[in-house]
Structure formats: C-alpha cells, structure tokens
Design a protein around this ligand. Structure first.
Ligand code: KG4
Ligand code: ZN
Length: 357
C-alpha cells in the first residue's frame, strides 16, 4: 500500500517541510526544504527562543508552497499532515503544530503528532541499507545522547543516556571556548581535520554507580568540557598561541571514542547485530570513520542515517509518521498541544483520545 504525508518540523532553529511517501518497505522523499536560522542565532552564541518562533512564522508559508509544488501532490493525495509536537522550544513547536493542524482541518486529512526523537530514530528509514528491527540506535544530537533499542512496531527501550551534557551540546560549548562559531559541530570538524588528535589526552567520562563500578552504557561529557577549558586557560596564561586545530581534533577524538566504545558494547551485550547512528552529531566524519573501523573489527553491522537527514529536518518526521500509519490506522487529536519535554517511551499517548498535553 502506498501512503503519502506532508510533514513539518519547527522544534528548534530549523524551519522544515517535507513530503514523504512509503510504498511497501521503500521510503521516498518527494520534497525536503529547510530554512536554517543558525547564522542569525550565531551572533548570540546559541538559539534565542523568541527569535526562533518569529522566523518559523516568516519562513513557513514559502516552504510549504515550495514543498507542495516540488512534490507535485495535491492535498487530496495526503494520508496525513504530521508535525513535531515535543520535545523542543514550545513557542517554536507551536508554529509547526498549529500550521499542521490547520491544514489537516482545512483539507480534511488526519493530523499526526510526532515525537522529535522518534523522528531522529526514523531518519535511518530513509537510508538505502536500513537494517531489519530489532537494532540498537545511538542517537546523538544537540539535546540528547541515548542508546535506544528499537523493536518491531515502533517500540523503544532506552538502554543508555548522558547524565549531563549531550554530545552535540559539548561540541557547541567547546567550539565557543575555542572562539569558533555556532553550531559548534561543523566548525570543530572543519578545523579538527587540520589538527593532531593525539596531541592532547582528554578524559573519557564515565558515570559511577552508587554501589560501585560504572554504568556501562551511560555517558558524561561535562568533565571533558571542563578539561578542555582548563587546558585553554593554562595555554592562554602562558601567552603561547592557542593550538586550536589540535585542541579541536583531540576533543573530537575523545567524544568519538566513548560513543563508539559504549554503543558497540551495548549492541554486543544485548545480542543486537546491527547498530544505527542518527542525530546531528552522526554527521561527524571522525565519528563515522572510527565507528566503521571498530564495528567491522567486532562484526557489528552499522548504518548511519544519510548525512542530510542527520541534523533537524522534516523528512525524518514524515518517515516516523508513515511508520506509525503502517502500524495502525491512527491519528492524533486536533486538541493536542505541544510540550517542551515528554519521554519517548510514552510516545504512543500522542495518538490516544486522552491527550497528555
Ligand atoms: O539533531 P540536531 O540538528 O538538533 C537537535 O535535535 O539537537 O543536532 C544539532 C547538534 C548541534 O549540537 C551540532 O553542533 C551538532 O549536532 N552537529 C555536529 C555536526 N553537525 C551538527 N557535531 C559534530 N560534527 C558535525 N559534523
Ligand atoms: Zn533534533
């Protein structure tokens, strides 16, 4: 059966609209447009929520027009209009969610609310070599670092998480320390390519159990950030020139190392032969190279989400919506609002009549 959705994503600083189709097991992105506000937020060193909401409002009409035109669909062809409703900046989420609900009402098609993390998890469905479920997903974005087991029928089980900063957040904070622009990930990657990753040894943070030992699949990045800060301070005090390239490369390697080590251990311990990597940080080439190498040594099959669907986009929201539709003829209440936070393992509540928010 073929199904088509129009999907909207406005949870942070990218306004995104896509049209995605599923024909059997095959997903096809008919249109995918993104208006990034990153440059405007860069001058503030991070996302300013009020500015984000305003820009979403301004960009949305043109993106919708372009997506409908490019895809060649009519509203009558749609099986649902989907939008991210949680987690994220509430003012920003409202723009996408109200637009989607309005379009759904106007054109008499179902509205489907999507959890942003389910969107990231579903981005791998847009890859040509997506493994069969069950598999383990390493989700590494600006707000989350999690290891999630994905079973058939969109059931998720979190097996690991960061206890402090997310990996992407660490990239953004360290970039700031090194005087680089926001978002930090691409900036660190660009100059890290020119540096020596073995020049500085930064800590590979672990999370202690109160009963002794460590949580084997959990992450901590705040100590790493502090360690880079101390190094930068001491070099600055000595009036030597800051070796920004080497610092960036060494930091990047420390992050990649822990992500690779813990996710492979988690996959192997749980007898999962496939590991999927999604989210903004999954675009990182040092992580990709190291993961590829260590996974093949350990006979774990890996699959990265396509690079253009790693950072926030609406095609992944469409893929999540199509998977939900495949698993049942469901829809969300038009009265469902948005929420800054909501656990992923409760995502099925977004499709009930008792609305959670
Ligand atoms: O998934 P995403 O677009 O948004 C969230 O849902 O958070 O992730 C954004 C994060 C930012 O922290 C950004 O610095 C990081 O992903 N990022 C990268 C790269 N591209 C984006 N980190 C490392 N290397 C990259 N190439
Ligand atoms: Zn995201």
């Amino acid at each position: 059966m073929m199904q088509t959705v129009l999907s909207l994503e406005t949870s942070c600083d990218e306004t995104a609209v896509a049209v995605v189709r599923r024909d059997g097991e095959k997903f096809q992105v008919l249109a995918n447009f993104i208006a990034s506000q990153a440059e405007e937020h860069a001058q503030w060193g991070g996302v300013v929520p009020e500015i984000a909401s305003r820009r979403h409002l301004e960009s949305m009409p043109l993106l919708l027009e372009k997506a409908i035109e490019k895809s060649g669909i009519n509203f009558s062809d749609l099986d649902a209009v989907a939008s991210t409703v949680t987690p994220g900046l509430t003012g920003a989420l409202l723009v996408g969610s109200i637009t989607a609900r309005t379009l759904a009402c106007l054109h008499n098609v179902p509205f489907l609310a999507i959890h942003h993390l389910e969107g990231h998890l579903s981005s791998v469905l847009l890859s040509d070599n997506c493994p069969k479920q069950p598999y383990l997903v390493l989700l590494v974005s600006g707000g989350h670092t999690e290891l999630v087991k994905v079973d058939k029928g969109m059931s998720f089980q979190r097996l690991g998480r960061s206890h402090d900063d997310a990996a992407g957040e660490a990239f953004d904070k360290v970039a700031r320390l090194l005087g680089l622009s926001y978002p930090g990930g691409p900036a660190i990657q660009a100059i890290g390519k020119l540096g020596n990753p073995l020049r500085f040894t930064f800590p590979r943070g672990r999370v202690s159990k109160p009963s002794g030992g460590y949580y084997p699949y959990d992450f901590s990045f705040s100590g790493l950030k502090t360690s880079v800060m101390r190094k930068v301070d001491s070099i600055n005090k000595s009036s030597k020139k800051l070796p920004v390239n080497d610092l960036a490369a060494s930091f990047e390697l420390a992050v990649a190392d822990v992500l690779v080590e813990r996710s492979l251990k988690c996959a192997i311990d749980h007898d999962l032969s496939s590991l999927v990597i999604v989210g903004g940080v999954a675009a990182n080439s040092r992580l990709r190279e190291l993961m590829q190498k260590k996974a093949s040594e350990n006979l774990v099959n890996i699959c990265f989400a396509p690079k253009k669907f790693c950072t926030d986009n609406a095609a992944m929201i469409g893929a999540a919506a199509l998977s939900r539709l495949k698993n049942g003829n469901i829809f969300s209440s038009i009265d469902l609002g948005v929420s800054g936070r909501f656990p992923l393992d409760q995502a099925k509540l977004l499709y009930g009549q008792d609305i959670p928010f």
